[in-house]
Write a protein that binds this ligand. Structure first.
Ligand SMILES: Nc1nc2c(c(=O)[nH]1)N[C@H]1C(S)=C(S)[C@@H](COP(=O)(O)OP(=O)(O)OC[C@H]3O[C@@H](n4cnc5c(=O)[nH]c(N)nc54)[C@H](O)[C@@H]3O)O[C@H]1N2
Ligand SMILES: Nc1nc2c(c(=O)[nH]1)N[C@H]1C(S)=C(S)[C@@H](COP(=O)(O)OP(=O)(O)OC[C@H]3O[C@@H](n4cnc5c(=O)[nH]c(N)nc54)[C@H](O)[C@@H]3O)O[C@H]1N2
Ligand code: SF4
Ligand SMILES: [Mo]
Length: 659
């Protein structure tokens, strides 16, 4: 039975057994090569055959025949399609220079052979505009770069050793089912559980404490905890002296944040903060699981930094199952090695601006590994950009997404069970080597094939270039020979025999091997300095905070063609104040746009907060827009990431109540 691994943007990186019947994938099951998987996978990947062979699969190259957005196309051959792409790129270069070409990819669901190798080489040689791939983990990545360098956190499997687990801005029922599995095991062994989340996520049913803070207030809450450890004599000065720099500066910045002040900002009772502090102080080992809900607001980078610092201040590091974990991608190499020329740079989080405001304009947009119309902030501005008649848009995707409707040229791509990849995991300390398990339907081609063909057409090929994914994998792996044997044998390999204990088995990859609690670079970048608080952007016209977390049925927008609609979750008090009843059609709006969906009136969101899942497609809402239509392209304090969870909206009934 062929095996592969799941490279989707999910920390678990499950290893998979694939059943192939008559050249088609008919069943996908979890296997045990990734020790986290234990034979279990999520329901969405179990539906992979529907994704591979469903009506939304792009089977052949197509050229636009109707207006942009209408989704009307006619087939064209591959040679003709790539010649056309070449001609449009050459025309753009002649008119405005090579910077008028913009790659558009994120690649969270891709390994290095489909994102970060052939693609980057092509655009670098072309001299295209560079892209800041900031949609996710940009703030936390910047924090990690400057505080610890590449450095894994507590292994997800090691949480079973913890006496207390604090799950902070992370919803493992939807986004990390194998972490959930280990969490349950820890609970059976008697571990306590605290959830910090503005929503009552499913984990709260079983939690000892749920701190339902206002979105975006993690920073003051974390600083108040840090302050308490210092001011009550509980800070672990020995650990701070040994493993960190900057503890005094951190203490000074936390000093103004009493429990009372932080609680006022976070909309919680001060006693809840003290309760959390006492629980964290009293448990050994205690682990803090930081999710991606923390980084997506105006002070998100500082908030992640404070949560990374908290277990060090509290003396929780240095034992198995104790400390901090967010991403473990620091365990294995995860990037290609292409050096880009210093051309202008566009932040993907501000794609709408780039497409509508830049001079020279973006004339050719090449979309791959990304569904920007659904996933980038300020959706209506992105839509206006994609609608420009003078823009030539190539979309290379396996699925007929909403973005694909705006393509001038639509190219069929392969899906992971059909191609090679080398995919690092950000949950397990692992890297996986994916090889094709079944042929792709229709005329699909891999990213490697398309970019190598484009290099040839534009005269950018060089002697000695790798031209296949397999050659490129071998080339990249020469830097990490210790992984090759495991990858050749199992398709899965990790650099460690047992999960490493941070600060014991591995040290931060900074020059002095310490964690820098107040790095100068982050301090200079953050508008209010690192750990500096910026006030709530709510206005009278848009008083409600909108969050847009992940849902179980999709991975960002991937699988959206198979998923049903999602409701807007509204607290009963906010619903009553607006005459909204459960099931009503509602409209949420602000100065940027509007979305129409159905309301679910529920106490699961705290008052003042509404929640609408991320990754929705046009067919999921009444007016074809998604949460990003009301999410501004505001950036986080460090790392230039999108502040997705910092939008402010008003909500009203969209249609008269049913009699
Ligand atoms: N099924 C599924 N799995 C996925 C994904 C998916 O779309 N679907 N996406 C993948 C990707 S790309 C990522 S990045 C990860 C994300 O995985 P998670 O870390 O789970 O991130 P989110 O779902 O974005 O948000 C997590 C939680 O943060 C809460 N939250 C919102 N605002 C705040 C805040 O200000 N403070 C705090 N403390 N909490 C807040 C939300 O209510 C939510 O419950 O999951 C990956 N796995
Ligand atoms: N409102 C709101 N928006 C969000 C978020 C949020 O929390 N709220 N979360 C953000 C986060 S965490 C993330 S990670 C981003 C993700 O946003 P995107 O990067 O847009 O990710 P997906 O929606 O999964 O779309 C990926 C697309 O790439 C295609 N693809 C996959 N593999 C290949 C390949 O090998 N070749 C080619 N050519 N195409 C391929 C898939 O079919 C799919 O259409 O979304 C962000 N958007
Ligand atoms: S999406 Fe996550 S849980 Fe599902 S198969 Fe892939 S790695 Fe496993
Ligand atoms: Mo993400």
């Amino acid at each position: 039975m062929p095996t592969t691994s799941c490279p989707l943007d999910c920390p678990d990186a499950c290893s998979l057994d694939v059943t192939v019947t008559d050249g088609r994938v008919t069943k996908v099951r979890g296997d045990h090569r990734n020790p986290l998987t234990r034979g279990v996978i999520c329901a969405k990947v179990a539906r992979l055959p529907e994704h591979l062979y469903g009506a939304h699969r792009v089977l052949e190259p197509m050229i636009r025949t109707g207006p942009k957005g209408s989704g009307t196309f006619a087939p064209i051959g591959w040679d003709e399609a790539l010649d056309l792409a070449r001609d449009r790129i050459n025309a753009a270069i002649a008119a405005h220079g090579a910077e008028s070409v913009l790659p558009c990819s994120y690649g969270g669901s891709n390994g290095v052979l489909t994102e970060g190798s052939f693609d980057r080489r092509f655009f670098a040689r072309l001299g295209a505009t560079r892209l800041g791939r900031t949609l996710c983990a940009a703030p936390s990545g910047a924090v990690r770069t400057h505080m610890t360098g590449r450095f894994p956190g507590v292994a997800l499997a090691d949480v079973v050793h913890a006496e207390l687990i604090v799950v902070w801005g992370n919803n493992p029922h939807a986004t990390s089912i194998h972490f959930l599995d280990r969490l349950r095991e820890a609970r059976r062994r008697g571990a306590r559980l605290i959830v910090v989340d503005p929503r009552a996520i499913p984990l709260c049913r079983d939690a000892d404490q749920h701190l339902a803070l206002r979105p975006g207030t993690d920073l003051p809450v974390a600083l108040s905890l840090i302050r308490w450890f210092f001011e009550t004599g509980r800070a672990d000065h020995a650990a701070l002296d040994r493993w960190t720099t900057g503890a005094d500066a951190l203490r000074a910045r936390a000093a103004p944040w009493t429990f009372e002040r932080a609680a006022r900002v976070a909309g919680v009772d001060p006693s809840e903060l003290e309760r959390l502090a006492l629980a964290f102080a009293g448990a050994h080992p205690a682990v803090l699981r930081c999710g991606w809900g923390v980084e997506r607001s105006r002070c998100g980078g500082s908030a992640v930094a404070a949560l990374l610092a908290l277990p060090l201040v509290a003396g929780k590091q240095g034992v198995r199952g104790g400390g901090f974990v967010m991403s473990n991608s620091g365990a294995v190499p995860s990037h290609g090695d292409v050096v880009e020329p210093p051309t202008r740079r566009v932040n993907l989080a501000r794609l709408g601006r780039a497409l509508t405001e830049l001079t020279p304009p973006v004339s050719v947009l090449w979309v791959y590994n990304n569904n920007p119309l659904q996933t980038v902030p300020d959706q209506e501005r992105v839509r206006r950009g994609l609608s420009r008649d003078d823009l030539f848009t190539v979309v290379h995707d396996a699925i007929f997404t909403d973005t694909a409707r705006y393509a001038d040229l639509l190219l069929p791509a392969t899906v992971f069970p059909e191609h090679d990849d080398l995919a690092p995991s950000y949950g397990a300390h692992l890297v996986s080597r994916l090889t094709p398990t079944a042929p792709a339907p229709g005329l699909a081609r891999t990213n490697a094939e398309v970019f190598v063909a484009m290099e040839a057409r534009l005269g950018l090929s060089r002697p000695g270039d790798t031209t296949t994914a397999d050659e490129e994998a071998r080339r990249l792996l020469t830097a990490t020979p210790h992984l090759v044997e495991g990858l050749d044998r199992d398709g899965v390999a990790g650099p460690y025999a047992a999960p490493p204990i941070p600060y014991v088995d591995v040290l931060p990859a900074t020059p002095d091997a310490r964690t820098h609690l107040v790095p100068a670079a982050l301090d200079a970048e953050a508008p209010a300095g690192l750990y500096g608080w910026i006030e709530d952007p709510a206005t009278e016209l848009a008083p409600l905070a909108l969050i847009s977390p992940a849902r179980a049925e999709t991975v960002s927008s991937t699988f959206g063609q198979l998923a049903g609609p999602a409701p807007l979750e509204v607290h009963p008090d906010d619903a009553a104040a607006r005459g909204i009843r459960d099931g009503d059609a509602v409209r949420l709006w602000n100065e940027l746009g509007a979305v129409e969906v159905f309301a679910r009136v529920t106490e699961k969101v705290r008052p003042g907060v509404v929640s609408l899942a991320k990754g929705l497609w046009g067919h999921h809402t009444r007016n074809g827009s998604a949460s990003n239509a009301v999410i501004p392209d505001a950036l986080t304090d460090v790392g230039e990431g999108p502040a997705y969870f910092d939008a402010r909206v008003e909500v009203a009934r969209a249609a008269p109540p049913t009699p």
